[in-house]
Design a protein around this ligand. Structure first.
Ligand code: XIL
Length: 297
């Protein structure tokens, strides 16, 4: 293949990018998107604050711009994200307890139902585990509604869109560490009890390198019977190109690693301002990191 998407497809994978609806009118951006990628993730447009700005009032206009752009060009869509402690609308930030739990379930039902049939994988729950050595849950208003909130979220999403793969997604989980092991134990428990989970997303916001046990970590999750996906890849630092190649080869070496998404297109599109962590420079030229990925595919 001569593009990321075509080369990944030859290996039975997708290669995606996070897309901002507001950039779809930028010809340089859209030309690269349409040429190189066969999957998209809305960078912000499907988050809780974007889709339910007022309780019970749902807005899909910007999410639809991205979904329609993708589907009309044969690209897959990753849904991101149905439940997260961050980017909640103000009304939800102020809620707690059983009222918040009900609002969460309603949110998941409405958003996943609206996009039913269009999403290949949903990040049902994002970033629910704590950093550091505890291996436990992150404190949040959602967590304080009860430890079962994650499995309730997954069961609700399954009922609303039975055809979508349902993922748990997080960061600093790229090697074997206390946080990733906490998630591993949750996934193992979910599989044992029949809680519907299909995939685990590894954000992979990296600096200079992937952990040495990156592939082994992906493999141990795959061995639980879930797919794994690299969901928000960006890598800063002087070793960037090598590290992008390493991550790509790790995914290809794991049979259940179904695809890679980079978190933006040009360096100037990145949320990591000034770190230049992506595959295309500010002018849209391919970087060494691009070549390293294409060569690895
Ligand atoms: C980021 C977006 O890229 C920014 O535009 C926004 O201001 C904040 O969120 N983990 C995630 C993504 O799951 O949703 C985040 O995206 C980056 C970290």
């Amino acid at each position: 293949g001569t593009t990321l998407g075509a080369a990944a497809a030859e290996k039975g994978r997708y290669f995606g990018a996070a897309v901002a609806a507001g950039r779809l009118g930028d010809g340089t951006y859209t030309t690269i998107l349409n040429r190189e990628f066969n999957s998209v993730t809305a960078e912000n447009e499907m988050k809780m604050d974007a889709t339910e700005p007022n309780q019970g009032q749902f807005t899909f206009t910007n999410g639809d711009r991205i979904v329609n752009h993708a589907i009309s060009r044969g690209m897959k869509v990753r849904g991101h994200t149905l439940a997260w402690h961050a980017q909640q609308p103000g009304w939800m930030q102020r809620m707690e307890g059983s009222a918040l739990r009900s609002a969460l379930v309603n949110h998941i039902t409405r958003v996943a139902s609206y996009y039913r049939g269009k999403i290949h994988s949903w990040d049902v729950v994002n970033e629910a585990f704590a950093d550091g050595g505890s291996g436990g849950r992150r404190d949040s208003n959602l967590q304080r509604t009860g430890n079962d909130w994650i499995e309730v979220a997954f069961r609700t999403a399954r009922a609303a869109d039975p055809g979508a793969k349902l993922c748990y997604n997080d960061y600093n989980t790229d090697g074997v560490n206390a946080k990733s092991t906490g998630i591993y134990n949750m996934v193992r428990d979910f599989k044992a009890r029949g809680v519907p989970i299909d995939c685990v997303g590894f954000q992979s916001h990296l600096t200079n390198s992937a952990p040495s046990d990156y592939q082994a970590n992906l493999q141990r999750f795959a061995d639980l019977g879930v797919d794994v996906q690299i969901t928000e890849l960006d890598i800063s630092g002087a070793n960037q190109a090598n590290a992008f190649g390493t991550v790509t080869r790790a995914c290809l070496a794991v049979a259940r690693c179904t695809g890679i998404t980079v978190w933006g297109i040009r360096d100037s599109d990145s949320w990591r301002t000034g770190q230049n962590p992506l595959l295309f420079d500010n002018s849209g030229n391919k970087k060494a990191a691009y070549t390293a990925v294409l060569d690895a595919l």
